[in-house]
Every structure is written in C-alpha cells, then in structure tokens.
Design a protein around this ligand. Structure first.
Ligand code: GRF
Length: 214
C-alpha cells in the first residue's frame, strides 16, 4: 500500500491533529503524519506531535518580514519532509497564493460549520447559534485562494439544541470533526477525490493503475 506523507498546520489545542495521529497509527491507514508546523511556539499541537515522534516546527510571525516569507519557510519545511498532502487543522492564518499554488488541490481544511454557511470566521459556532440555525456541523474542504470556498470533500451534520451554548455546540461539532477529518484525508490519500470545477467528486474505489501494454 502506498502511504501518503501528510503535513499538518495547527495554531492551538491540536485535537484534530491528535485524531489524525490516532487514525494514522491504524494498520490500514493510507497516510502518515510526517511534519507538524504551528504559527505559535506554545501551541499544544506541537507537544502532541513531539509525543508522537513527529517532526514539529514553530514558524512565528515575529521571525519573518511578512506572510509570504513565513509561508515560504513553511512550504520549504514541508517539502524537506516530502509532504504530499497538507492539512490545516485549527490553523488560524490565511494561506497566501504562493503556498496554495505549491500544493494544488492538496491542502485540506476542517471548518466548524456547514459551508458555505458561516465561512471566513473564527467564530462559526457562535455565529450559527446567534443566527438560530437548527442544524450545524463541519466541512472538510480543499483550500483555494478564496477563504473557506474550495471544493467540499465531506460534511457532517449535528443538531443545534435550544439550550446550546457556544461550548456545547462546539463540543458536538468537534466530535464529528475528529471522525470526518481522518475520513477525508483517507479519501485524498487513496486518490478517491477528483476535482471537477468547484466540486470534489468522490470515486467509490481508487483508480486502478493502467494495464501494462502488451
Ligand atoms: C476546530 O473546531 C476547527 O474546525 C477550527 O478550529 C478548531 C481547532 O481545534 N478550524 P483543534 O486545535 O483541532 O482542537
């Protein structure tokens, strides 16, 4: 089985990273997390990576002239680890065009809403509650230049209850994120995602290699 080399970008807690590390440790996992980068040296996600024996780096704003220089360094580190697929899991910075172009259709983000609702915000759960929606959820989507607007790979729905707080709704969504994100990474790692315009079409089984010519 081919194993896809995955790099993960995190900014904080890292519970989605932990879900990926757990999934990647299963014997049938078609991917392996080989590098974790955070824009915050104190991110718990970096500790989680180190504990799992994964290379972990802090690439902080203060050390670079601008976003482009910072993200060029991130891309360099990922390339140095042979990363083929990048996952942004609670990464709170917008990826610039040079970084996005370095991994076309190979950057996956997890967002805590049913996109396109509540896109482009770090407070999607609060905004969903304030709006009064009856269902919410999470979306795993490919990253393009437009924030939270790339092709949707997978979504999961959760109910919104009348007595929900931002904390209870976030926890319900997060439990689904931990299931959805590894599922979406597996789909990409096994070549089961074909991008057609703004749609990500899921192929039932991985494409077979072409038959050898006679
Ligand atoms: C998740 O809710 C994710 O959808 C959002 O930020 C949160 C990150 O949580 N983008 P964690 O760091 O993975 O625990």
């Amino acid at each position: 089985m081919t194993v896809t080399r995955v790099g993960v970008l995190v900014s904080g807690r890292g519970s989605n990273l932990a879900a990926l590390l757990d999934d990647a440790a299963l014997p049938d996992a078609p991917y392996k997390v080989v590098a974790v980068i955070s824009n915050r040296a104190g991110a718990a996600g970096l500790v989680c990576a180190c504990e799992a024996g994964v290379a972990a780096y802090a690439v902080e704003r203060a050390d670079f002239a601008n976003r482009a220089a910072r993200q060029a360094e991130m891309a360099r580190l990922l390339r140095a680890h042979g990363v083929e697929l990048v996952v942004t899991a609670g990464f709170d910075q917008i990826l610039g065009p040079a970084f996005v172009d370095a991994y076309p259709e190979r950057i996956l983000n997890i967002h805590p809403s049913l996109l396109p609702a509540f896109a482009g915000t770090l407070h999607a759960q609060e905004e969903a509650l304030a709006y009064g929606v009856k269902v919410s959820g999470c979306t795993a989507h490919l990253v393009t230049a437009e924030v939270d607007a790339g092709p949707i790979v997978a979504q999961a729905v959760v109910p919104v209850r009348d007595d929900d707080t931002a904390a209870t709704l976030s926890a319900r969504i997060l439990a689904e994120e931990h299931r959805l994100l590894p599922h979406a990474v597996r789909l990409l790692a096994t070549g089961q995602v074909r991008v057609e315009g703004r749609k990500a079409v899921i192929i039932a089984s991985p494409p077979h290699p072409p038959a050898p010519s006679p």
